[in-house]
Unconditional design. Structure first.
Length: 264
């Protein structure tokens, strides 16, 4: 009887140490360390990489009939220096300044069918989380300076949350950080390209990287990564740029500029 009790006690101690070791390993693997700004700057392969998913959109945006990237870049010129300056404050990649090219074609008054507003296409809930006032008579999402500051803060937090894996951070910007994080845990991977996601966030990242490819290769004069001197656009410029049909907050539905390009 004594020998049986001793064996049982040993068994429980062994089981305890196994559970403890597994839990300790799990905690270690989930720990996220923040890389230095210098290491972030050298991760240019993120923005210049090519694969079949990206190449599909490179061919689409490079076609002669598709002026989506060109028109968005032309509209972006008054805003880019300010956006890049804000990104530099948080030591974020300047490539992120071109995200509104995909979100709204740089239309500061863009409105989606789902209610997202502004150049950065904030939903009401996310806008409030990042200090933007949303009301009947005034909506900070339509103020491009305020929404830019909120978007940069949001991107900074997403970058930190996903260990500066910008494919995951951008997917989270589109699909929500909670959804991306749950998908990663369930599928046990930190690779965006291996994740099985809903169609919209899955296509969002290759579309944006493809747009950067096309911007660099076909519209180098309009695409500049340096933060130039900021000159605020006039109200007339904003009013002119706002005369664009409502935008679909990024989904597989084409943006208005894409519709114009493909249906001249």
């Amino acid at each position: 009887m004594f020998q049986w009790s001793k064996r049982l006690s040993n068994f429980f101690w062994i089981l305890f140490f196994i559970i403890f070791a597994v839990a300790l390993e799990g905690c270690g693997s989930s720990r996220i360390s923040r890389p230095s700004y210098q290491s972030q700057k050298t991760k240019k392969n993120v923005w210049s990489q090519k694969n079949s998913h990206i190449w599909k959109y490179v061919k689409k945006y490079s076609s002669r009939s598709n002026r989506t990237v060109e028109l968005a870049l032309k509209r972006a010129q008054p805003y880019l220096p300010y956006i890049k300056r804000e990104l530099k404050k948080y030591r974020l990649p300047l490539e992120l300044a071109y995200l509104p090219m995909l979100e709204s074609s740089f239309n500061p008054k863009a409105k989606s069918r789902t209610g997202a507003l502004g150049m950065w296409q904030f939903t009401e809930a996310t806008a409030k989380d990042y200090g933007l006032k949303v009301g009947w008579f005034s909506d900070d999402r339509l103020n491009w300076r305020k929404s830019t500051r909120a978007a940069v803060l949001y991107l900074s937090r997403l970058g930190k949350k996903f260990n500066y894996n910008w494919e995951l951070a951008l997917a989270a910007y589109n699909g929500g950080p909670g959804y991306i994080e749950r998908s990663m845990k369930r599928q046990r991977t930190w690779s965006f390209w291996k994740l099985k996601l809903r169609e919209e966030p899955k296509e969002y990242v290759p579309k944006f990287i493809a747009m950067l490819h096309v911007a660099r290769q076909r519209h180098a004069r309009l695409y500049q990564l340096r933060a130039n001197r900021f000159k605020a656009p006039s109200e007339q410029t904003i009013a002119t740029q706002s005369i664009v049909p409502d935008v679909e907050a990024e989904s597989l539905v084409l943006h208005p500029m894409e519709l114009l390009a493909e249906n001249p």
